[in-house]
Design a protein. Structure first.
Length: 249
C-alpha cells in the first residue's frame, strides 16, 4: 500500500491508527499518509508526529463543509499524484447524548447524520476517482486481494440485532445508515477491485468512548490496523469488529 487518507486524524482512534500504521514493519508503512482534521493549527500531537515522519501530510477538512470536498480532493490528488489512493478511512465522527424517544431532538439527529453519514458518503464519492486510479495501478495484485479499500468506521450501536437497550437515536441511526451505505458501495463498485467494509472499533478509551471503556487506544488501534491491512475481496460489503470477526447487521 502506497497511500492512504484518514479523517479525524488529530486525536482518538484516528491519531491512534496513524501511530499503529507507522509502527508496522517498514514495508507495510504507506509512503503517503494524508491526515485530515478540521483544525490543523491546533493539532499539536499530529503536527509533532508529522515533523518526525515526512510521509504524513496534514490537510484541513471539516466534515460538514460539503462544498469543500471537491477542493479537498484536488489537494489529495496533488499529493498522491498518478498513484491514486489505496485506502480511505472514514473515521471522523461524533457521538450523541442518550435519549429515549420522548427526548429525541431533530437538530441533534441532523447534526449527527451530517457528520457520521453524509460526510463519509460524500467524501467517498469525491475521492472515488483516486481510489479507482490506485485499483487500476494495483491490477496485478494477487487473486482475491483488495486493489483499493474504503473503511467506514462504524459502531455496534448501528447494529439492529445488537440493539436491546433502545435509545441513542441519533448515533444508532447514523451508524446503521453508514453500514447500509457500505453495502451499496460494494454493489456499485463491483468489478473495480475496490472493497468497502464497515468496522466497529470496540469500546475504546477516547473522548467519545469515555474513561470507563475497556480498551486502550494504542492496543485497539494495533488490532484495527492489522484487520484493515488484511481486508480482501472476501470481506467486501461486510461489518466486522476490530479483529475482523463478522458482526450481525
Ligand atoms: P473522538 O471523539 O476521540 O475523536 C473524534 C474525531 O472526529 C476527532 O478527530 C474530531 O476532530 C473528529 N471530528 C468530529 N467532528 C468532526 C467534524 N465535524 N469534522 C471533522 N472532524 C470531526 O472519537 P473516537 O476517536 O473514539 O471515534 C472515532 C470513530 O470511531 C468515530 O466514527 C466513532 O463513531 C467511532 N467509534 C468509537 C468508539 C469508541 O468507543 N471510542 C466505539 C464505536 C465507534 P476534532 O478534534 O476537531 O473535534
Amino acid at each position: 500500500m502506497k497511500s492512504m487518507l484518514i479523517t479525524g486524524a488529530n486525536r482518538g482512534l484516528g491519531f491512534g491508527m496513524i501511530k499503529a500504521i507507522l509502527n508496522q514493519p517498514k514495508e507495510n508503512v504507506p509512503q503517503i499518509i494524508v491526515a485530515a482534521c478540521r483544525k490543523p493549527d491546533e493539532a499539536n500531537e499530529l503536527q509533532a508526529l508529522a515533523a518526525e515522519n515526512s510521509n504524513i501530510r496534514i490537510l484541513q477538512l471539516e466534515s460538514k463543509d460539503l462544498d469543500r470536498y471537491p477542493a479537498f480532493t484536488k489537494e489529495v490528488a496533488d499529493i498522491v499524484k498518478d498513484g491514486g489512493l489505496d485506502l480511505l478511512i472514514n473515521n471522523a465522527g461524533i457521538g450523541s447524548r442518550f435519549h429515549r424517544i420522548g427526548m429525541v431532538k431533530s437538530d441533534e439527529l441532523i447534526e449527527t447524520f451530517t457528520v457520521n453519514t453524509v460526510g463519509p458518503i460524500m467524501l467517498t464519492k469525491n475521492i472515488l476517482p483516486l481510489l479507482k486510479s490506485a485499483a487500476e495501478k494495483n491490477a496485478n495484485a494477487p487473486q482475491g486481494a483488495a486493489k483499493a479499500k474504503i473503511v467506514n468506521i462504524s459502531s455496534i450501536l448501528g447494529s439492529m440485532q445488537a440493539n436491546t437497550d433502545g435509545g441513542h437515536y441519533s448515533y444508532r441511526c447514523s451508524k446503521a445508515a453508514v453500514n447500509a451505505a457500505t453495502v451499496s458501495m460494494k454493489v456499485d463498485l463491483k468489478g473495480t477491485g475496490i472493497c468497502a467494509v464497515c468496522i466497529h472499533p470496540g469500546w475504546v478509551k477516547t473522548a467519545m468512548g469515555g474513561p470507563k471503556a475497556p480498551l486502550e487506544v494504542d492496543k485497539a488501534c494495533k488490532r484495527l490496523v492489522n484487520t484493515i491491512m488484511q481486508i480482501s475481496e472476501e470481506h467486501n460489503g461486510g461489518f466486522y469488529d476490530l479483529d475482523g470477526k463478522k458482526l450481525a447487521w
